[in-house]
Design a protein around this ligand. Sequence first.
Ligand SMILES: *[C@@H]1O[C@H](CO)[C@@H](O)[C@H](O)[C@H]1NC(C)=O
Length: 356
Amino acid sequence: MFLVFLAAVVSHTYALSASQSSKHLPRTQQPVGNILILDHLNINHEKGRHDWLKAFYFDFLNCAVDPRKQENIVQGRKTLWANIGANQFHLPEGKPDAQVLNGVITLSYPNLSTVLHRYDKVKHLLQETKFAVRVEDDESLSVDDPWGNVFRIVQGDNAEMDSRGLQPGSKEKDGLALRDLTIHTPPGCSMQGIARFYEEIMGAPILQCSSQSVVVSVGPFQTLTFAPNPTDDSVVLHVDLRDEQQELASGYSSFPSNYGPHISIYLADFSESYRKADALKLVYVNPRFKRQAYTLDQAIDDCMFRILDIVDPYQPEAGPILSLEHEVRSVVKRNGDKYRSCPFDEIPDPCQGALS
Ligand SMILES: *[C@@H]1O[C@H](CO)[C@@H](O)[C@H](O)[C@H]1NC(C)=O
């Protein structure tokens, strides 16, 4: 059973503006359900371009360098993690190209002038790239990263800084949060189906659902939005599937590797979502990653499982509405301890005893 806790009463009017910049309004806590946090976005950078990666994420966005990937900074290659508030970017090396998300990454900062000032400091480092910053009419910033990923930088207040815990180093930086991740949808796709996927399988409150978009609550101040790309409605693919040789123990299905971007979320009732996903045959194993959970038992041991396809639980036979890899994590380990990568200081109440 999913419970919506932290149920601050939120009016529908607020819900409609959840993904918009609300410069002059203090942010109000929204209902949080079974998705406790959208922890990170994993997206490849261009192999051999740590210089651009660092200039963008650390010098311009002022994300904290995650000490767990410090050795790769020293080496000048491989994965870096960039932290903002309780959230992270996982930035592995591409093979060799960078990935470009078909969507928008919204980050909040207390003072946009400070961010804009940093633009002048880094622009010479990124001259040969797609890096660009524009001030929008509502004073938010539209930013293209060196490879064309689209960011929006909006004004936030300190209430948005996650009180449950932060990623290492974030406290000393000005960035507040990954406020929203917008994923662009294929033309004519079922928004109701997407909403039902998050509501029924993930247990997340839907803040808004129309024929145009869906807004899912993934934290007290954080949203995951699905909407069409306003400037380009050509085919939208968030996966890059490749068949690779794998050695399989008997009885396990084989899956293609996905080299597309993925999102990582922490759930309170992890087992319940696993069972619902499994009943609809949605559990996915990405052979590209070391941890491979084919069963609930293995998922509990690994504190994670994956889902690739978003389907309407009322119409599973209609097939995937869209594909986007979800790394679904458990806050607690089998022995009741907190999973080491989880940014929370304490295990939130709804997670206690969730692995049964
Ligand atoms: C924002 O930053 C700018 C420049 O860094 C500074 O001049 C201004 O006073 C700051 N505004 C606030 C409200 O702190």
